[in-house]
Ligand binder design. Structure first.
Ligand code: IPD
Length: 267
């Protein structure tokens, strides 16, 4: 088994380096650099260049590991004991519209389970990281999910459907249930940061469907290692390719799961 405590600060440094690249690029960014991968899936040279930077640094760190990456700038290989799952720019829509919340997300998988996760949120210069059985940190200090036990004291986060509209009706019903029963719902535009903010107790919980492995691989570990609970909409263990996620603190997990399963999950 790889020495995860030793690897962790090195991966944090790599995420920060990519984040600084994103920050400087946003300052001079123009819309002509944007193209569409599919409906509302934006991409630019910045995503690709950041990914290349990450792949090359991570390959030096662990030559035997494969890669699963959002932009596919490297050959994809998950048939290895270890592989990296990378989103070089989570929150691309925020980035291209000049909003300050976006992140770099890196997970190291061992036998298809995340064992190291780093999410670097660029705008606030916050680096979240976790290793399996080693806890979650925010800029080096321990981070924990909140102790809130009731929905009425909870702030939740989600992602609005933007390309897969098959679950919109159930999603709307879920929101309608939560509006009067929580402190509110946020859509900040980066799933990795939604998970990181849940891990450090800013959000009590986060749920979304239509996700990709690179959106959630690192964040799922952050939440679990911070004391939270994570499953998919079917109540399963949330493998990174399950496309949906419910991640909360321990106190509101049962309530959030019940509402989502009633309205969307098994519907
Ligand atoms: C997206 C963001 C967004 C979420 C989408 C993701 P991207 O990732 O995480 O918050 O709603 O599901 O695809 O495309 O910016 O890397």
């Amino acid at each position: 088994m790889i020495d995860l405590p030793n690897l962790r600060p090195q991966v944090e440094d790599i995420a920060r380096t990519a984040g600084h690249f994103l920050r400087t690029q946003q300052a001079s960014f123009s819309q002509e650099r944007v193209s569409l991968k599919s409906l509302n899936a934006l991409v630019s040279d910045v995503d690709k260049n950041a990914e290349e930077l990450l792949v090359s640094a991570l390959r030096n760190l662990l030559p035997e590991a494969g890669f699963l990456t959002e932009e596919g700038t490297v050959s994809q290989n998950t048939n290895t004991n270890y592989y990296w799952v990378i989103d070089p720019l989570d929150g691309t829509t925020n980035f291209v519209h000049g909003l300050p919340i976006f992140s770099v997300s890196i997970a190291l998988m061992y036998q298809d389970e995340p064992v190291l996760g780093v999410v670097y949120e660029v705008g606030m210069d916050e680096c979240f990281s976790a290793i399996k059985a080693g806890g979650t940190t925010l800029n080096g200090s321990p981070a924990h999910t909140s102790a809130t036990a009731e929905l009425k004291d909870s702030l939740l986060a989600t992602g609005f459907p933007y390309y897969d509209f098959s679950g919109v009706a159930g999603f709307q019903k879920t929101l309608e249930y939560f509006y009067p029963r929580t402190r509110g719902i946020r859509r900040i535009g980066t799933a990795a940061v939604d998970l990181a903010y849940t891990a450090c107790g800013r959000f009590e919980g986060y749920f979304e469907y239509g996700l990709s492995p690179w959106d959630v691989a690192a964040g799922i570990l952050l939440v679990r290692e911070a004391g939270g609970q994570v499953c998919d909409y079917q109540g399963g263990n949330a493998p990174i390719d399950s496309k949906s996620v419910i991640a909360t603190n321990k106190g509101v997990f049962g309530d959030v799961l019940k509402v989502i399963q009633h309205n969307i999950g098994n519907g």
